[in-house]
Design a protein around this ligand. Structure first.
Ligand code: ZN
Length: 270
């Protein structure tokens, strides 16, 4: 089984090289989408953890918008799921930028193209890198909007889908309860990834043993190690945080691993 890591708030670029015809691919994706949609419904109606987290979100004043959870075709991207849409607001040009109105027009056009790709679930890592650069130059503001994606073709089964939903719901809870800014603040990002990995049960004994990463004897303390390893992978996916991902996770670990909100204690899903 591959390590399907949950990407934080964007999906990396698709790659070519498949031998399927477009028609075959479409039919296959239709089937994946049907089961994925069913997993979402069963999660919302029968999974107590998902129901609990959804109720918490509403209780905290963050009622999920319509279409909050979506099944999408993630192509070859190795993600199981993702959270958040990067909203890019182009700021009014300051006087210095104004002198160069041609490049500003070009920039606005590019921003519009990025938005279009995002709406079609085709946003690339390069798009995010450009957005971050533009923000550093004072041209745009970036904000994370809550939205959960499930990569329909990478869901192994219903349990896996529900686990992924719980993971992403923890991000939604964190975004709701604080002014979390995971795009720009790598410690925030590390913290929410640690919590999502820990509380979703993705590092539960069964899953880890299937992955061949542990044995029954060696299990004690393995949960923390697994949470750390997976959190680092997720933090690395944010271009702002890639280089020092491990340091950020180490710095946030003790505090965020203990933090089981909104559960009273670790839900021990496995
Ligand atoms: Zn995550």
């Amino acid at each position: 089984m591959d390590e399907s890591k949950a990407f934080p708030f964007f999906l990396s670029s698709p790659s070519d090289g498949n031998t399927q015809t477009e028609q075959e691919r479409k039919e296959e994706q239709k089937k994946y989408k049907e089961s994925c949609d069913k997993y979402i419904l069963s999660g919302l109606n029968r999974n107590v953890t998902i129901e609990f987290l959804m109720e918490k979100l509403i209780g905290m004043g963050c009622e999920p918008p319509k279409g909050f959870m979506k099944c999408i075709d993630c192509g070859d991207k190795k993600a199981g799921a993702g959270f958040g849409v990067v909203e890019e607001t182009v700021l009014p040009p300051s006087t210095s930028v104004d002198k160069d109105s041609i490049s500003m027009e070009k920039f606005k056009r590019e921003a519009k193209d990025r938005k279009k790709r995002q709406c079609q679930n085709e946003a690339t890592l390069q798009d995010l890198q450009k957005q971050i650069k533009a923000q550093n130059e004072g041209k745009v503001n970036l904000r994370l909007l809550p939205e959960i994606f499930l990569c329909q073709q990478h869901l192994v089964n219903e349990d896996h889908a529900h686990q992924s939903i719980v993971h992403e719901l923890i991000h939604a809870i964190d975004l709701c309860r604080s002014k979390m800014d995971p795009i720009n603040n790598c410690i925030h990002m590390a913290c929410t990834e640690i919590r999502a990995e820990n509380l979703s049960g993705e590092c539960g004994a069964v899953r880890e043993m299937i992955n061949g990463r542990t044995s029954l004897q060696g299990f004690r303390g393995h949960g923390a190690e697994c949470v750390k390893r997976r959190a680092v992978l997720s933090v690395e996916a944010n271009p702002n945080c890639t280089e020092k991902a491990k340091d950020y996770v180490d710095a946030a670990f003790e505090r965020c691993f203990k933090d089981t909100f909104p559960f009273d204690r670790h839900p021990n899903l496995r």
